[in-house]
Design a protein around this ligand. Structure first.
Ligand SMILES: [Zn+2]
Length: 730
């Protein structure tokens, strides 16, 4: 039976014939996959796969053959394109059963089973480079034209319950069968095929501790069947919902938003430092009502200990989260920090004993034993990943696991995967091989880099430069709008990533844009609060913000302009460093600060009195901060000279003032860029290298000083001025 689309309450019916009928069969599969992947109740990010067996013409023989198009390894159904689907010749694929059966030792987790994954490549149809996933046989061995394998919350709730076989029968009657947990692979495909042989009327199977698979001979019918089965399970669960008694009822109360934010801002940098002792992590804070209901509940500790349900999950969430039993109403933040420290020590040692007791002779070495999901009553869920996208996925996965536990505990009793099975997924050699094939991480990966002045000029160039090295970039500027424009440019280049989670600013991508006035401590403080909530902490800071106030025709600078010059060029970087110091010390991670000074700091001349002396002060600020912030933070100065290209430091009136000073002919009607170019050419001729100095030159040095390539350099001023002998530092 299928539901009328209007009757569906727990899934959205999205299929549109007007769209689908315009598409070729492969694009129809892509379309179906995107629709299914768009609903987290149907499948999680990166989870599940879909397939269609399509008649196609073999290019050499010209004969018609069946081709299995199946979602390949990596990527995500929601955002999948045609390129994410592998294509296999069905006749070749089916012949693989002989290869498998002829192996001396076969079955789940045998050598031949893992070896099959590489053999799939020999069945590729049409030079398609997409790699097949381990789930391919689940699709290829089912003799129906369309197959959906999903990870729906409502069905996993059944699959993760103690009496899952009985529940499957009760919910789906004769329509859907059940297979016990088995690690996906060729053998599981054969198990399913056999199930279907015994009962040819089956429309699908609940896969124990894992998810759902179902099939049909028409793609739209397959889509509708998936929705129907998910809906049916969701209705069954809903009728048994425990309401206020969910998770044994509430043990703690949530905090009001202001208090919660205040505690999170205090807590996150410390926590990030503690979990980042081996690998640096980027954080995501997730605190929906449903997450809070779980972390505040009586059963949270017991259920957290059981671990997460779906095998997709714990590659990122680890087998279990770290739950900290803290009373948000009665206990202090200091107590929370103490409890966290003690719990972390225990978590790591639990992880090490899990590894020791489950490892096999050829297992990869133990991975980072720190938790990636931390649950705290009153505060919510904090997830950690190697980048923002990964931490959002981790957060999404555990919040889905909470929904699974809610449903499972409503209809039965939640159970986790046996530890050994979890281990065999987490340390699967195929998974290890995949990790080894990944390109090495970029220089600034896992770092949160705050660029102050990122709205234009050198700052904007720096933001682009560090993003290219894998940094998460906080683009900050006095103008919030230009800061956000730079951030958006970065997101357009590098993408938002996958994973649907994060509350408020924590749902951000690899870059954010923030307004800040560095002459105001409060404004700097507010900026860092947002950075902490967005990413969990702060690493490198690069300050390019600065001001040059041109004197009047007599060479005089009014007092308030003098004060403003110092406020922005000297006091500003000091205040930023002073505010960041608290965060850096809480984190305890090695990092760097770069302050932009100027070649003018070392050259006395007429007409730039306030600017030159302020930059000389900034040079010495670099040295003082290097001592003050050691050993955690390296502090260096970047001393550019006369970068005129696109610089807000060279507004039209400053350019005209300089051209006049140097007796360079110009026309008042010329465009600002053309005037700037005249000045740049003039300046280049005064340097030893005789070439104009660009934004990219400055950005390169700001990046290098922040990177590990300059890990032994601190308290120094590096000039990027084309070679000005009068500016040589002595
Ligand atoms: Zn799966």
């Amino acid at each position: 039976m299928t539901f009328n689309p209007d009757e569906l309450r727990y899934v959205n019916y999205l299929w549109d014939d007007l769209v689908a009928d315009q598409l070729d069969p492969v694009e129809r599969l892509r379309y179906r996959s995107n629709l299914l992947g768009a609903d987290q109740r149907i499948t999680n990010t990166g989870g599940g796969n879909t397939s269609s067996k399509i008649r196609m013409t073999e290019p050499l023989s010209g004969t018609e053959v069946d081709v299995l198009w199946v979602k390949g390894s990596g990527g995500d159904l929601r955002t999948a394109t045609r390129a994410n689907f592998a294509s296999l010749s069905m006749d070749k694929f089916l012949s693989l059963e002989n290869i498998y059966n002829n192996a001396d030792v076969k079955g789940v987790k045998t050598e031949i089973e893992d070896a099959m994954v590489d053999i799939y490549r020999h069945t590729t149809f049409g030079l398609n480079p997409a790699a097949s996933s381990i789930d391919t046989p689940l699709h290829g061995l089912i003799p129906f034209r369309h197959v959906d394998h999903m990870h729906p919350i409502s069905v996993i709730a059944i699959a993760a319950s103690k009496d899952q076989e009985r529940l499957t029968q009760e919910v789906f009657e004769e329509e859907v069968g059940w297979v016990p947990w088995q690690r996906p692979g060729f053998d599981l495909g054969l198990v399913m095929k056999e199930k279907l042989n015994q009962d040819p009327d089956l429309k699908g199977l609940v896969m124990g501790q894992h998810g759902l698979i179902n099939w049909a001979d028409e793609d739209k019918a397959c889509y509708e069947l998936t929705l129907t089965l998910v809906e049916k399970a969701a209705r069954y669960v809903e009728q048994r919902d425990k309401g206020e008694q969910t998770f044994g009822g509430q043990k703690y109360k949530s905090l009001d938003e202001e208090t919660r934010t205040e505690i999170l801002v205090r807590l996150l940098p410390t926590l990030r430092g503690k979990v980042s002792q081996i690998n640096k992590f980027i954080g995501t804070v997730h605190l929906t009502e449903s997450v809070l209901e779980f972390v505040n509940s009586m059963d949270a500790q017991r259920l957290a200990e059981i671990g997460t349900s779906c095998p997709d999950h714990f590659l990122r969430t680890k087998i279990k989260p770290l739950y900290v039993d803290w009373d948000p109403q009665k206990e202090s933040v200091e107590t929370l920090l103490e409890k966290l420290e003690a719990n972390l020590v225990k978590y790591r040692s639990d992880y090490a004993s899990y590894y020791e007791s489950c490892k096999r002779p050829n297992s990869p070495a133990m991975r980072d034993p720190n938790p990636t999901v931390i649950l705290i009553p009153g505060l919510g869920l904090i997830a950690w990943g190697k980048n923002k996208s990964e931490s959002r996925v981790t957060s999404e996965f555990y919040s889905l696991a909470i929904e699974v536990m809610r449903a499972s505990e409503a209809i039965s009793e939640y159970q986790g995967l046996p530890r050994q099975e979890a281990f065999d997924i987490e340390y699967w050699l195929l998974e290890e091989a995949k990790l080894k094939r990944m390109p090495p991480e970029k220089e600034m990966a896992r770092n949160v880099v705050v660029v102050i002045g990122a709205g234009s000029g050198i700052g904007k160039a720096v933001a682009h430069r560090v993003a290219k090295e894998g940094a998460h970039v906080v683009c900050a500027d006095l103008s919030e709008q230009t800061a956000q424009e730079t951030a958006q440019e970065l997101i357009n280049i590098y993408g938002l990533g996958i994973g649907v989670a994060g509350t408020g600013i924590s749902s951000c991508g690899p870059a954010i844009g923030l307004g800040v006035d560095i002459t105001e401590r409060e404004s700097i403080h507010a900026m860092f609060e947002k950075v902490i909530l967005a990413y969990g902490g702060v690493d490198n800071i690069i300050i390019t913000a600065g001001i040059f106030v041109p004197p009047d025709k007599q060479g005089h600078i009014p007092d308030e302009k003098w004060a403003l010059t110092y406020a922005i060029n000297v006091t500003g970087p000091y205040l930023v460093a002073d505010e960041a110091k608290k965060i850096w010390q809480a984190q305890g991670l090695q990092t760097s600060l770069v302050i932009t000074t100027s070649a003018n700091a070392a050259v006395a001349k007429q007409g730039s009195f306030a600017y030159d002396t302020s930059k000389a002060a900034a040079n010495h600020l670099v040295r003082e901060l290097a001592i003050e912030l050691s050993p955690l933070v390296r502090v260096n100065g970047l001393a550019p000279a006369t970068v005129v290209e696109g610089s807000s430091m060279f507004p039209r009136d400053r350019v005209i003032s300089s051209l006049t000073k140097y007796n360079i002919a110009f026309d008042e009607n010329e465009s600002t860029e053309s005037l700037r170019e005249k000045l740049a050419v003039f300046y280049a001729q005064r340097t030893l290298t005789k070439s104009p100095i660009t934004l990219a030159d400055q950005a390169e040095m700001a990046y290098l000083l922040s990177s590990s390539k300059f890990s032994k350099t601190t308290g120094q001023i590096i000039s990027v001025d084309g070679g000005l002998h009068e500016a040589f530092l002595r």
